[in-house]
Design a protein around this ligand. Sequence first.
Ligand SMILES: [Zn+2]
Length: 333
Amino acid sequence: MNKKIIFGLALSVLLVLQACGPKKKPDETTVPARAVQVPVFNADSAYLFVEKQVKFGPRVPNTKAHEQAADYFVNQFKKQGATVIVQDFDATTWDNQKVQLKNIIASYTPAAKKRILLAAHWDTRPYADKDHEKKDASFEGANDGASGVGVLLEISRLLGQEKLPSVGVDLILFDGEDWGTKDNVKSAIAMPEGFEDWWCLGSQYWAKHKHQKNYSAYYGILLDMVGSKHAQFFREGGSLEYAPSVVEKVWNTASRLGYTDYFVKTNVGAITDDHVFVNEIGKIPMIDIVHYQSGVGFFGDYHHSRKDNLSIISKETLGAVGSTLMNVVYYEE
Ligand SMILES: [Zn+2]
């Protein structure tokens, strides 16, 4: 994820710090008209999926851990009854490394016309360049990468075990999101053909080579850094521009479930993340649920540092995000 803010607003000083207390009472004004049985998102299970990824080691492209994690995801999705497509492709990074990348797509009810796309990136940044001491060190990427994937793996488990929703669901794990340029360092090579940004290589590739001809989705939801303790998700500018009604739906659903401490109804600036390319190139309206820290800005102080390890991951946060997504998906008709 790129910390670069496209049209960032200096709103942070104006934002009221939200207290992260116990779950609030559901908001009565957003109760839906019909009742739907939504399988219960298991936060303990989601946490174990995050832990499992961390145990492979940093999922840096061209490493054994990256390969092992990819195999694990494919097997896990298959075990849970999904139709799985692996999209292998080669890419060049800004520092001129040739990397072998894989986007992994797991589909449920593939014949359904109306589809919801849920995505996260699964690769880990190769260096902790925002660490205060060891900027060349690797880091666990427990939040940056593994948290979003953990939520999607738990959703996959539920889709495999429980009654499916009315809509089709596609889970996409994008590769090569996080090997972008370092702060104040320019690439010495030209942008390779077929790419327009050093960040988000997997989503750029997928948007130009979708796993199925003419594939589209009703809308998409991207997860990035959705697992840290007391995380808050503000309404990101790009999401508001591309898919305002989806932002509305997701934040209202969170509010109905009592997660207003996590999903804050405050608008902030836009960032470069995988949803930009799914919108711009893939032409699918997609929002980004991404950590924003009041008074600081996007992401927390763990970002791209060795602090991004399992100790910052909270089951409660994973549960708030996962339950919200499950409700959004199951309430679609
Ligand atoms: Zn990142």
